[in-house]
Design a protein around this ligand. Structure first.
Ligand code: ZN
Length: 249
């Protein structure tokens, strides 16, 4: 093992309960010796994701015992303060739409900067040097705080500001949503050659939550959601473009 991997053994995963962060969690469990998770309660309309993240953790532990052995504590931070500095469709009951700026009105300015800074503070205290996050520039890059340059700048700022060498690991940065399904399949299969791939993608489809409206009454091949909001549309189109998607029963 190289010095590099000796140094970066412990990871904290930003885990919201959605498809992307669940795939990041699988990536971390495949790669790092010790993994913990962090989530944020900021009064999001799709609060159901906070419940679903616990279901995903439980199901992952049950289906993948080798990963269960590496998966440690889950942390949820109260970020109600976000509601005081933003007035967006993520926290208020208004329609989700594009704004004149070209950003959707779900945009909370700098939200990921805040998430990652808090994650780094927790990682410091818990002895993790890697922070894993599912940010992505490929499919929908309207969020400037998800860009690769932002992550690299933040990695430097956090490392300097806390005098600790942090690595921000972004496994989805250059993947589209179809490739994200494929990555989950590959990670599951590597963890368990006897059906781990289909098991992990089925687990993600059934239990993760992406829909901005918090809708979980309608089941689609790709999971639960309203099917109409931008998050559902992105998830559905990724599934449709994933060549290995299972046929409906
Ligand atoms: Zn939706």
């Amino acid at each position: 093992m190289s010095h590099h991997s000796d140094m970066h053994q412990n990871a904290l995963v930003l885990f919201s309960g959605g498809q992307d962060s669940a795939t990041c969690l699988a990536h971390a469990l495949a790669r790092y010796a010790r993994v913990e998770t962090i989530g944020f309660d900021y009064g999001q309309r799709h609060r159901v994701e906070l419940a679903q993240r616990l279901v995903v953790l439980r199901e992952l532990r049950a289906r993948f015992p080798a990963w269960a052995a590496r998966l440690g504590e889950d942390h949820v931070l109260d970020l109600a303060v976000l509601g005081q500095v933003s007035d967006t469709a993520l926290t208020r009951d208004t329609a989700i739409a594009m704004q004149a700026s070209g950003l959707p009105n779900t945009f909370v300015p700098g939200r990921n900067l805040l998430f990652l800074t808090l994650a780094a503070a927790l990682a410091y205290r818990r002895g993790h040097s890697v922070i894993v996050t599912g940010v992505c520039e490929t499919d929908f890059s309207g969020y400037p705080d998800c860009r690769d340059d932002t992550m690299k700048a933040l990695q430097v700022a956090l490392s300097l500001g806390m005098d600790r060498r942090f690595l921000i690991d972004t496994p989805l940065m250059w993947l589209d949503k179809a490739a994200t399904w494929q990555l989950a399949h590959a990670l599951g299969q590597a963890a368990d050659p006897h059906g781990g791939g289909p098991a992990l993608t089925a687990l993600i489809a059934e239990h993760t939550h992406t829909c901005y409206l918090g809708e979980r009454r309608q089941r689609h091949p790709w999971g639960w959601g309203c099917g109409q909001c931008p998050a559902c549309e992105l998830r559905a189109s990724g599934w449709a473009r994933w060549p290995q998607r299972p046929e409906p029963d």
